[in-house]
Design a protein around this ligand. Sequence first.
Ligand code: SAH
Length: 335
Amino acid sequence: MTVRELAQLVTAGGRQAEDLRSDADSVRRETLGDDVHLRGIIEFSNHCRCTCCYCGVRRDNGNLTRYRMSPSEIVEAADLVASLGVGTVVLQSGEDPWWTAERLAGVIERIKARTRLAVTLSVGEREEWEYRLWRQAGADRYLLRHETSDPELYARLHPGASLDSRLRCLDTLAELGYQIGAGCIIGLPGQTPESLARDLLLLRRLNVHMAGMGPLVPHPQTPLAAMPVGPAEVTLNMLALTRLLVPDVMLPATTALETVMEGGRLAGLRAGANVIMPNLTPRRYARLYEIYPGKKAPTIEIAEEVDRALKVIQAARRGVGVGPGHSPRAALAVA
Ligand code: SAH
């Protein structure tokens, strides 16, 4: 399929969009079955050295109270994730140098010794030896969205960083045997349907195990404050096309989609998604991890957060995944 043909599908509406999403739903069912996997996110630090133009925890946001959970707080929060029956913990943070590779490796080891949780990391760009250390400590997966496949747009939105270096990190992570996840933001300034089509082709080329994508939710303390929210309909098409291009991908219906569209997660599950990521950050910190405004999670309790995810799964008439919910390709990667 050409970029132009794919771009046309990215912005499909009406009957064509419906068909696309139901095709994706069928491929999801045939490839992975009806289970929806839960991934509990712990946002353990909002300190960040980066200045990503869309992100509310960017270094230059002086209006944000910064926090950093202690290693023991994270281990306890992970215990809670396990006790709620969630099989994966996602440890996410800003790019925070206080968190040396050794410190984070210690936390991963402790979680692995106490629980049967799969551990996913989402802490940005690091050196190869650091990724290796975390893998040796037991980390299973790594989320590092490519954000946009357009190198010029990438450079404009990420001062001092490059798409090249992001992609090198993803290659390194794959070589180290991580299940890798990339993905993009939908609705960035200057982003075209062709550019989104290239995002999809990149996901296929990287042969990702996971893909995270959601609409831009503009944050008032960032350079993108005046942008409109990213389009929910295009996001649903992007989920569907990701499922069609990478049939066995683990694909979350994101909270960002729910933020811009009531019932967004349910719609995502019906358009190819098979993962929900409830926010299980201790409540006193969750409201401070403000990558975008209006994150709903922090106002409700952690158990309630899992409950709501379960209700969405029930509404979709699907089952809840038991265990770590690895990519079906993970066993091959390890062997
Ligand atoms: N520091 C880590 C985690 C970043 S937060 C890293 O670099 O990977 C996780 C994701 O949230 C980002 O990759 C980005 O795609 C998304 N994000 C950040 N700000 C956003 C916003 N305002 N709207 C929508 N998505 C956003």
